[in-house]
Design a protein around this ligand. Sequence first.
Ligand code: MOS
Length: 701
Amino acid sequence: MSVAQVGPVRTRGIGEPMPRVEARDKVTGHAPYAVDHPVPGAVYAWPVQAAFAKGRVTSVDTSPALAVDGVLTVLWHANAPRLQPAGDPGMLVLQGPEIRFHGQIVALVVATSLESAREGADAVVVHARIEPADTVLRTDHPGLYHPEVVNAGYVGSTAVGDFDAGFEDAPVRVDATYRTPAEHHNPMEPHATTAFWERGHLVVFDSSQSSSTVKDTLAGLFELPPQLVRVVNEHVGGGFGSKGTARVNAVLAAMASRQVGRPVKLAMTRKMLFSTVGYRTPTIQRIRLGADLDGRLVAIAHDAVSQTSKIAEFVEQSAVISRIMYAAPNRATSHRVVALDVPPPIWMRAPGESPGSFALESAIDELAVAGGWDPVRLRIDNDTRTDPEEGMPFSSRHLVECLREGAERFGWEGRDPRPAIRREGQWLIGTGVAASTFPAITWPSTATVRATADDHFDVEVNGADIGTGARTVLRQIAADALGVALPCVEITVGDSDIGPAPVAGGSMGTSSWGWAVTKACRLVRERIDRDFHGRVPSEGVAVRADTTPEVSSREPYARHAFGAQFCEVRVDAYTGEIRVGRLLGMFAAGRIVNPTTARSQLLGGMTMGLSMALLEQSIMDSRTGDYVTDDLASYHVAVNADVPRIEVGWLDEDDPHLNPMGSKGIGELGIVGTAAAVANAVYHATGIRVRKLPITIADLL
Ligand code: MOS
């Protein structure tokens, strides 16, 4: 498997750079988002939120709201339609008096205009009994426990060999604790839903990463046969995990529409997102590394602490990355979590790997400093051919090649490892490196193809294009599998009526949906050739494919994408201002289906990683459990001025053990390791090791 190897087929779509199919619709305002759909007679809903973290709503005085012109109804737990448990327990909204986090929705005002709904919501008076809240994550919290299973189904703790003995005997050691803050997703399009009931059917336009999941959850909550629920998410303005499952906006809109008998539109404000749709938990992670005198790791331990809510358990799998990144005979990982009076955390871009890589890859840098080893070399020397805990071979693993090629392009060679010695005027300059990885996940999916007599193919797959270019790459995959030119293929995504398909999350979309599209296209081609001598009959030919058999019978391999991130920072010697000068990422993620959209995904991930390194943090008022940095003025994300030259590259990887396209996911890989690369560069520039995020001026003074 050489670095320059080209994938097997490079014609008719796969591997070609393509702009997004819907680009023009988006920039001209023709792409309808969840509340843009023109629905006659629609009314508007506005939530009322609890201003305390723990207690009970004793009564709600709705009369001042009902007196507002245009207000139709005020729902709260005494009069809201009953829901059956389904999916996330946090979806059981307005079902009881208990308040378990600040910002929990306690009432919903429905009115004939958005303005009236908002005015009505302001007028609602909520009476409550407020109790002291437990909101602060700490490593000595008596409520901490070891969950058996953490997010994505990983076991909570693992042990291989004898960590304590291995660490004890190691001549070079690192024992350090790293902290990452709570972070919020902030997609461009806040969560929003239009819902209406039509002859017993529930129809929902939802800003979601998975219409199949929302459909199933709503069917369960409202006790409907699933075929009576349709969820459409034709265009979605970003997600990052916060739209991966049904959120309260969809539930409330459906509930309100049933109550008032009219279509309801509910658009969350950005402020509301900071308490109602999830966030990344803060983490406290201890890493212990032991190496021999040659720079071989003999012991790795990663112990992660995070918070969850009283409503639903979510455990960020931060220590999982240390199970596969490097070889070492003695290893241990663990997760501990505590349920606090806080909003439920949820997936956020590379849950686990993202904060986990900050800790692990910072610690590897510390080990390099402690042992006097080059940090690129140290990583290469500790590479592994098999999953170091499971013993399973990797389907493909090109971390070493990424490190080598990245170092070459970045100009790493000849780097003086001594910290705080390079200076240009007032700027201290440093460089850092970190490794990146993310699992290559595939789930079963369905897809449908209809061929018409004029050699046109309508391909339907219920993927979600959340701005990634999913429908574009799926069209390329379809054209490739059919052996036709792109204009012969029409692609439809984003409608639960198409059939079951997995979430646009876990970086599994292209792999999962693309496999189903490939299967359906190959089947329709076969049928046309076999039954109709290669000519599509006038009535057309339709085929539906389901990849459950293929996906569930794959050979056992450790399937992961890898990468290496390089960073140059400049730190003002007088003020401590940190500027990232350069970021370079080299990735190995199977076959790249579309270089244009792939580059954009990796660039976006790296930008979000830079943002995480230097800017993003949700600050809570511990007395009220309120994340107070609840707008883009106080919750800082990287803007163009923060983003330097970012170079994105990849190695073509020919991996036959993935899916028919040979692709690995790329949505999350780019954010993994970036923050550590920045932190390691900050150390190199200043000699100051910052073990928390974001790294700010105050940390360097
Ligand atoms: Mo992503 S956090 O898997 O939507």
